[in-house]
Design a protein around this ligand. Structure first.
Ligand code: ADP
Ligand code: ASP
Ligand code: MG
Length: 402
């Protein structure tokens, strides 16, 4: 069997954890399997590198930021190779340039395009464990790129697809996907299986246990994922097509605090304005989520939407530079907000779900600022200070606890 095993930052945070991972990988190797290991940067290294960059430059050039961030993963893979050396197992570390992990050119949000698997295959055939840097790639200018925060999961899935791996295991600090973040909701319940579509909503709406693009890619290439703990032997959660959901109305609750609201006030009530606003943002790779447009008064209207808080400075700068072109009288923003969402295929055929969520929020005295829905999710924007309480209240209201 060929197995891709990905370990997140907390799983390789120190020397003992690195040896723990090496020993777990050895078990598969000694059974005769081919083992590819994908690693994130140790512990909170990436956060530390970003903070260092901001000490020098509050708005660092994206190319240079990527050049800095890719160093984190390189530290983990080389140390892991040394741990295997100590344990007497042949292993080799490789970075994204060495395996030609090609991406689009957008620094900070690059998308994987193709991987040259020749070198990896060659090393595996020589009975080496191959350790590869997650999160990073190389673009057409031969520059280093990164795939967005949490992107190592996507590296692992891409490698599993390219190598036609028999298994893709994502090891982290929790032993599966739960009905809500178990660090926030202690009585959350572990899901034994979850479908790609629901997992994609979970991941996109703030449950960082899997990078959303990793789920998208797993669905596209039919890669079955297992989410497991690197510290216990508990059975994890399987992410796959047609997972048998447990006939629940709602599968889980997610919260996203990396959110900010922007309002473009008093734009002309005429065709093309929304296009201009969102085109400026899209061209600069700023993702927009919930969008609300007011009905309008005489010849003016307001358009509000949410962006990731980490994109707020860039979005506000872009909009202010184009204030006249988008006919805005004013542009305002608010940072202290959070998105709380319920996710579940079961809500498709159940009209009462939204009302139940809003009732729970009302009973907890939480004010709703914006609402967005799709067939399998309902999202509300609320004050960040209310977010944790809101998640627990909604989780209780839908009887999701263990
Ligand atoms: P890693 O460093 O291993 O990639 P992450 O921190 O990116 O780990 O993701 C794991 C974290 O995701 C958990 O520690 C947990 O707090 C969080 N999380 C959020 N929502 C969920 C959920 N529904 N199920 C499990 N974990 C969740
Ligand atoms: N180290 C990167 C991050 O913190 C990638 C990852 O952890 O997946 O975002
Ligand atoms: Mg992660």
């Amino acid at each position: 069997m060929l197995i891709v095993k990905k370990f997140g930052g907390s799983s390789v945070a120190d020397k003992d954890k690195i040896f723990n991972v090496a020993r777990r990988c050895m078990e598969d190797y000694e059974k005769g399997h081919q083992v590819v290991v994908v690693l994130s940067a140790m512990g909170k290294t990436t956060d530390g590198l970003i903070a260092k960059a901001h000490e020098i430059d509050p708005n660092p050039p994206k190319r240079e930021l990527d050049m800095l961030l890719v160093t984190g993963e390189q530290v983990s893979v080389s140390l892991m190779a040394m741990a295997f050396h100590v344990l007497g197992v042949p292993a080799i570390s490789l970075n994204a340039a060495q395996v030609a992990m090609r991406t689009t050119s957008a620094y900070g949000t690059a998308k994987l395009k193709r991987i040259n698997t020749e070198r990896i295959r060659h090393e595996l055939e020589n009975r080496k464990i191959v350790i590869i840097t997650g999160f990073q790639g190389i673009n057409k200018y031969e520059d280093m790129t990164t795939l967005g925060r949490g992107g190592s999961d996507t590296t692992a899935v891409a490698l599993a697809a390219a190598l036609h791996a028999d298994a893709c295991e994502i090891y982290t600090d929790v032993d599966g996907v739960y009905t809500a973040d178990p660090h926030l909701v202690p009585n959350a319940r572990k899901l034994s299986e979850v479908s790609y579509d629901e997992m994609l909503e979970f991941a996109s709406l703030g449950a960082k246990v899997l990078h959303n693009r990793s789920v998208e890619m797993a669905k596209k290439y039919g890669v079955q994922l297992v989410v497991l703990s690197s510290l216990t032997r508990a059975e994890g959660t399987v992410v796959k097509e047609g997972a048998k959901m447990e006939r629940m109305l709602v599968s889980g609750v997610a919260v996203d605090k990396n959110t900010a609201r922007i309002s473009v006030i008093g734009v002309k009530n005429e065709p093309g304005i929304a296009f201009k606003i969102f085109n400026i943002l899209a061209r600069n790779h700023v993702n927009v989520d919930i969008i609300i447009q007011s009905v309008g008064r005489e010849d003016r209207k307001d358009i509000s939407f949410t962006v990731a808080r980490t994109d707020l400075l860039e979005a506000m700068t872009l909009l202010n530079e184009n204030k006249a072109a988008i006919t805005a009288q004013d542009i305002t923003c608010e940072e202290g907000v959070a998105k709380v969402s319920i996710i579940g295929a079961g809500m498709l055929s159940n009209p009462g779900v939204a009302a139940k969520m809003f009732e729970a929020l009302y009973s907890a005295n939480v004010n709703i600022k914006m609402i967005a829905t799709s067939e399998i999710r309902i999202t509300v924007l609320i004050d960040e200070a209310d977010a944790n309480r809101a998640v627990r209240t909604v989780h209780d209201a839908f009887d999701l606890a263990d």
